[in-house]
Design a protein around this ligand. Sequence first.
Ligand SMILES: Nc1ncnc2c1ncn2[C@@H]1O[C@H](COP(=O)(O)OP(=O)(O)OP(=O)(O)O)[C@@H](O)[C@H]1O
Ligand SMILES: [Mg+2]
Length: 416
Amino acid sequence: MSSQKPKAPVLAGLDLGSTTVKFIISTVSPDGKIEVSGMGRAPNMGVKQGVVVNIEATTESIRKAKEEAELMAGVQVQDVWVGVAGPHIKSFDSKGMVAIKNNEVTQADIERVLEAAKAVAVPGDRRVLHVLPREYKVDGQDGITDPIGMSGVRLEASVHIVTAAQAALNNTLKCIHRAGLKVAGMVLDTLATSHAILSEDEKNLGVCLADMGGGSTDLLYFVNGSVAHTSVIPVGGSHFTHDVAVGLRTPQVSAEELKRKYGCAMASMVNETETIEAEGVGGRKARAIPRKDLADVLEARAEEVLNLVANDVRLSGLMPLLGSGIVLTGGGSQLDGLVEMGEFVFDIPVRRGAPGRVGGLTDVIKTGESAVVVGLLLHAFNERKDQLLNEGMQIHLGESLDGIARKVKDFFGNMF
Ligand SMILES: Nc1ncnc2c1ncn2[C@@H]1O[C@H](COP(=O)(O)OP(=O)(O)OP(=O)(O)O)[C@@H](O)[C@H]1O
Ligand SMILES: [Mg+2]
């Protein structure tokens, strides 16, 4: 494939989902807008609940998804931001304290206090992914979110630290390198998702984000605008499909199709007389079955998953602090009737979230399945804002100079 010279800085994101690998490519416009230019998907058999279990298969899926996205975008990508998930992710609170230099808090003081908070014992086989500030204290005064410029002698920080197992990260890195890519950064899946799904208001009021993927449902809690807790429930969309296959005696592929097309998590929402056709197993003939039978199977599983989420919320002790309730996203959250069932199970509000805040080819990223990759772009932009805008300026300048040079050449060309 011939790669064109990009007209703007390029950002790419990779989500190693347990059902599908997603690869996204975008450009950053001079005014800082992220424009999606390519998206690729490939089925993946090499990841289980967010963790690589087959290097060869995962590498192949990354290659396929990357190629598809590159073809669509017309550029080639060298480095990529990657989402990290799985039961090996652990997070906990920590605190740090430093003396303020020159009696006024500067960015350097903030970096030192976060370093101090990070200096807790993290076992050698784990790596710190994020140090997320919750609040600062200056000379004992608490509740400060941005202490820069404040006067005082002592700066304290309360943070939430997210760590991951080094071995799991190494396997992820191995697949990405084998697919010919470099890693620009690793981001907790749900943290990335939160950028694409949640509003600032929701985070400030307190919210639990539930990313219902294929293999698991990953939770991220925000209290007072910052991350307070993470957890993983090992049930996702594939379990629904499996139940349908067993319950209706139909092959997995047909179960998946029936679930997406006619599925509903609330049997009472389905017309009692409606029938659908289910393929038979092992060459048996297709049969007509009531659509309600499908809903009954899905309802049982939906109730189970949502109850597990409700239980996790209760155990977290954060329930009274979740003014914005629960937001469901991820491919699994697209099941019809799930929000209605959620309203039934939870004592707090619930909504379905789809990714937003980016431009370009928004058609290819409009469902919850793309929340992680879209969030990765937003996270990457936040981290590298100055560099990206500067790069954009250089490209823009280079183009204008090219244009002037061409005009000058044309002018002289016409003269002689
Ligand atoms: N319209 C739909 N109705 C019900 N389920 C759906 C629908 N569309 C997709 N799904 C389910 O969403 C799941 C895939 O979602 P997603 O791509 O977010 O998961 P993943 O990222 O591959 O997995 P994980 O996050 O667990 O590693 C599949 O189980 C699929 O059946
Ligand atoms: Mg996922």
